[in-house]
Design a protein around this ligand. Structure first.
Ligand code: ADP
Ligand code: MG
Length: 290
């Protein structure tokens, strides 16, 4: 892009709530044919809250929520924050040997008992899940909730469902991208069921779910190897490497410093319509200046 094109685009972008970090961004934006969206905090608000706790036989739902909240108090994950926030902080029990595993869950020792809270896929390795818990999980995921399993000393103790809200700007943003001929993909570490529900509600055609944090980067690379020029929209620490790998990284302005640092474009307003706006800004600038 010419210096004048950059100046024009920068000014127009500022009006639209779009901050372009570098001058190459305009050229890259014109090439992008595929937009990959992170789910939690990007397509959804990312302010999660516990919607259901179902304990297995022999366990008490309130007690298990208390144990889970105690372990999650040290977590930096949105799911963890929701669970920790479900119990008054002054009632949090003491936790020893806290370990967080990215994309999987957390473990800690509370009152001499080892408590894990994590994705069903992760918890399932250790134990057989009772049928009623598995059924409740399926129903919750079809609502679009994230489900975690709690185990106590290796025994399944409860499922906890966590609900989020989809951003109002998501559906119009996706519609705008599709109208411009772009392919849209939802990429998430969350479960397949919730991801499909959210994708259907906002009109995203493809879903890649249950990916571990480093698999997000591999997904972007695979699309690039297939000849696509990829834009990635994300907010989380986990999204940083994928935003940096994508041809065009777009970070939610309210997102983490890691995401903002790794991106080429910052969506200053928390409005996903800025994504199609940023792409058409690049196209319009080229047409005006030539
Ligand atoms: P996302 O793409 O939604 O940011 P992550 O890769 O961070 O997903 O996490 C994937 C899944 O791992 C979550 O949906 C959840 O099931 C599980 N998980 C991750 N961290 C935690 C945690 N602190 N507590 C419970 N579950 C967790
Ligand atoms: Mg996110």
């Amino acid at each position: 892009a010419t210096p004048i094109a950059v100046m024009v685009a920068t000014g127009r972008g500022a009006q639209l709530g779009i901050f372009l970090k570098g001058y190459q961004t305009l050229d890259t934006s014109r090439m992008v044919d595929t937009i990959v969206f992170d789910k939690t905090g990007t397509v959804t608000e990312g302010s999660l809250s516990v919607s259901q706790v179902l304990a297995t036989d022999g366990f008490d739902a309130d007690e298990i929520l208390g144990l889970a909240a105690a372990v999650e108090a040290a977590s930096e994950h949105a799911v963890g924050a929701a669970i920790a926030g479900a119990v008054d902080e002054q009632h949090h029990l003491e936790v020893a040997d806290f370990v967080a595993e990215a994309g999987r869950g957390v473990t800690g020792v509370v009152d001499g008992r080892t408590v894990t809270v994590g994705s069903p896929r992760w918890a399932r390795r250790a134990s057989v899940i009772p049928a009623d818990i598995a059924r409740a999980r399926k129903q919750a995921e079809e609502r679009g909730d994230t489900v975690v399993y709690v185990t106590v000393d290796g025994t399944p103790a409860a499922m906890i469902a966590v609900a989020d809200t989809i951003k109002d700007s998501a559906a119009p943003a996706i519609a705008g991208l599709k109208a411009a001929g772009l392919r849209t993909i939802l990429l998430t570490g969350d479960n397949e069921g919730a991801a499909r529900t959210v994708a259907a509600e906002v009109g995203v055609d493809e879903v890649i779910a249950e990916v571990l944090p480093d698999e997000k980067v591999e997904t972007i690379r695979r699309l690039q190897d297939e000849g696509h020029s990829v834009g990635m929209v994300g907010d989380g620490i986990n999204d940083g490497p994928a935003l940096a790998t994508a041809d065009l990284g777009l970070a939610i302005g309210r997102g983490t410093d890691v995401a903002i640092g790794a991106a080429d474009v910052i969506l200053v307003r928390d409005d996903l319509r800025s994504v199609p706006a940023a792409l058409s800004l690049a196209g319009a600038t080229q047409r005006t200046i030539r």
